[in-house]
Write a protein that binds this ligand. Structure first.
Ligand code: THU
Length: 157
């Protein structure tokens, strides 16, 4: 029997003010774009904004539905737009932010398992990893070097 270890290291910043200019700008955009979410059932507005290799910035927001499982997370809305409109570009960095209209928005967002799986396959498909910047509307910011680090042993065919 071999016991294997998975080691995960990420950066924690006290606030957006500690980020590089380009990372701060992307997170700022994500925070602003949360207003475009359609989340009348959860009141939890999320935005994911990607900075692409061709210089384009692509944003997605969560889109809910009265039939709850129909709703889509901001991250997968954004990935679908990237894939559909910029099929030859790759993703460099994604900033994800949320505005919880029912409470605080000062802890970094943690993408759901389904979005982690989508990120993992997107990295495989593009043969390139991308960074994640995770935050709320204020407070700490997590920066993760490779999105797939969030889902060890992810499923693939
Ligand atoms: N949600 C996202 O869009 N991304 C995340 O990373 C976490 C959750 C959405 C799904 C749903 O519309 C709302 O947030 C509350 O779960």
């Amino acid at each position: 029997m071999n016991r294997k270890e998975y080691h995960f290291v990420f950066d924690v910043y006290d606030s957006i003010n500690e980020l590089s200019k380009s990372d701060a700008s992307l997170l700022h955009e994500a925070r602003a774009v949360t207003k475009n979410a359609y989340a009348p059932y959860s009141n939890f507005n999320v935005a994911a904004v990607a900075q692409l290799s061709n210089g384009e910035i692509v944003a997605g927001t969560n889109q809910e539905n009265a039939s709850y499982p129909v709703g889509i997370c901001a991250e997968r809305v954004m990935l679908s737009i990237v894939s559909s409109l910029h099929p030859t570009a790759s993703i460099n960095t994604i900033a994800i932010a949320y505005n919880n209209l029912n409470g605080e928005s000062n802890q970094p967002v943690s993408p759901c398992g389904m979005c982690r799986q989508a990120f993992a396959e997107y990295e495989i498909r593009a043969n390139k990893s991308f960074r994640l910047i995770l935050s709320g509307m204020e407070g700490e910011v997590f920066v993760i070097d490779k999105a797939s680090q969030l889902l060890p042993l992810s499923f693939s065919l």
